[in-house]
Design a protein around this ligand. Structure first.
Ligand SMILES: Nc1ncnc2c1ncn2[C@@H]1O[C@H](COP(=O)(O)OP(=O)(O)OP(=O)(O)O)[C@@H](O)[C@H]1O
Ligand SMILES: [Mg+2]
Length: 481
């Protein structure tokens, strides 16, 4: 059984039935229409992959069917059937966008060949985009830079799992390279010549996400003026990348679970079950296990997704990769521009290595891009680096500023009060930078969370304050100010 549906349109009953029988035998789902008007009525109600239509027919002819298809359901492939000697009609039909034509008398084998060719061309077109990306090498594996132990472990894992069809769940903070890894999995897999279809579940409003994922039939809702194919269908034989999966609504989580279990679904407003052969890679920067515990994410879906977990470490935990990444981005952004900086001196590189990169590789990439363009000399030095980064790169200010970090007043001062003030300033900065999330603030300050909380209590910094996102992260309430 195949997924594709075919509509056969001809006013001659024998031709209609013969073609329908052949196509049914080949596994297609086939409907018939006796003329153009009936065909248009059927087309307005459901989606057909292919329409085989006679040109000369009563009421509405094949050209009108073709025109209807082009303006209402452009994903449908239209193949014309022409009578003896009406080649002009066929040529005109090709000009209007018909895929091909068959001349009467029609040989059964010819019908099948043309249909299969049409489906191949359609699949090729769908793959074309992702192939182009691959050719440009934008997402190939060797574009992922890193030699730290943790990133090497990830490369090994990617190589091992790429050739399987197992579902992969990539987790990690924002900017750690989750999307890059998803691409690498696809382009190292046997599916690499087929589409890689990403969808960001957080960027699309909930009401639209369902039809974006599963497609919809014409008339399924007010603005569904034509049948549309969803991302799962587009990804057939390839990989679908469900980015920011943690943001998916509970009702869609149920529907996704079914696709993962059965590899089938229906378009919104449709009744036909569509089977797909897809590899699923999902990513999130939230803690899904915690979301499960809090009842925000379905446990069964979590286990279906978490078959192969890949956890990307934040950049601050693999600082050894910073010089390599800096070099990679220097080359990337200066290429072809002799007036741009293309190197960095040791002192400036040390500053970049000391900084904690809360925005991870993306933040580093953005900074290097800016430095390459704005530096005054071919070699980037410490004076080019934004103050924000210099001042936050730990002990570095003492190295670059000649003044002492603090000055003892003439009449002396309380050392413990000064130390407390110093601690308080740094804690406030850490909380500010992590939007009040104590766990992350504690990490920045290289202490554990309980020690941080104790200090905050002692310094009376625990004034309760409305959380930034109360519904999402209860822990983030507290002393961010
Ligand atoms: N190891 C790496 N080598 C080279 N470039 C990298 C590496 N990791 C990340 N990048 C680059 O950093 C940027 C951010 O990566 P990516 O978009 O994959 O992150 P992400 O984890 O998906 O982030 P978010 O959660 O915000 O979507 C991209 O431009 C990517 O090319
Ligand atoms: Mg991403």
């Amino acid at each position: 059984m195949r997924n594709e549906t075919v509509l056969v349109v001809d006013d001659v009953p024998e031709i209609r039935t013969t073609m329908s029988e052949i196509l049914k035998y080949k596994g297609f789902a086939v409907d018939q229409a006796t003329d153009g008007q009936e065909a248009i009525d059927l087309l307005s109600g459901r989606f057909y992959d292919i329409v085989l239509t006679d040109i000369a027919m009563p009421r509405k002819d094949g050209m009108e069917v073709l025109q209807y298809i082009k303006s209402n359901t452009p994903d449908t492939i239209c193949i014309m059937i022409t009578g003896f000697g009406s080649i002009e009609g066929a040529v005109e039909a090709l000009r209007l966008g018909a895929f091909d034509y068959l001349s009467k008398p029609i040989k059964p084998s010819e019908v099948v060949v043309v249909i299969e060719k049409a489906l191949d061309v359609r699949d090729l077109k769908r793959e074309n985009l992702s192939l182009k990306e691959e050719l440009q090498g934008r997402y190939s594996f060797d574009r992922i830079v890193g030699q730290s132990q943790s990133i090497k472990r990830i490369f090994n894992l990617v190589e091992k799992v790429a050739h399987t069809d197992s579902t992969v769940l990539i987790t990690g903070e924002s900017g750690t390279g989750k999307e890059l890894i998803a691409h690498a999995i696809h382009y190292s897999s046997g599916r690499k010549a087929r589409p890689f279809v990403p969808i960001n579940c957080a960027a699309i409003p909930e009401e639209l996400l369902e039809s974006e994922l599963f497609g919809h039939e014409k008339g399924a809702f007010t603005h569904a003026i034509r049948t549309r194919i969803g991302r799962f269908e587009l990804a057939n034989k390839g990989t679908i990348f469900l980015d920011e999966i943690g943001e998916m609504s509970p009702s869609l989580q149920v529907k996704l679970l079914r696709v993962l279990q059965e590899r089938c679904f229906e378009r919104v407003g449709g009744v036909k079950t569509i089977n797909v052969d897809i590899r699923v890679v999902a990513a999130t920067n939230i803690d899904l296990e915690e979301a499960v515990q809090k009842g925000r994410f379905r446990e069964d879906l979590f286990y279906r997704l978490n078959v192969i977990p890949i956890q990307l470490p934040p950049l601050r935990e693999r600082k050894g990769d910073i010089p390599l990444l800096v070099e990679h981005f220097l080359q990337k952004f200066s290429r072809g521009n002799p007036s741009y900086a293309n190197a960095i001196d040791e002192e400036a590189l040390k500053i970049l290595e000391a900084y904690d990169w809360p925005g991870n590789v993306r933040e580093l990439e953005n900074i290097v891009e800016r430095l390459v363009i704005l530096a005054n000399e071919p070699v980037i030095t410490i004076t080019d680096i934004p103050e924000r980064i210099v001042s936050r790169s730990g002990s570095i200010p003492l190295v670059i500023k000649s003044e002492p970090a603090a000055v003892l007043p003439e009449d002396g001062m309380s050392l413990s009060a000064a130390v407390e003030q110093f601690e308080k300033t740094l804690i406030l900065q850490a909380l500010d930078r992590t939007n009040g999330v104590k766990n992350r603030a504690a990490k920045l300050l290289k202490m554990n969370r309980t020690t941080l909380i104790e200090k905050m209590k002692k310094m009376k910094m625990m004034k309760p304050r409305a959380a930034r996102k109360p519904a999402k992260d209860k822990k983030s309430g507290g002393a961010a100010a």
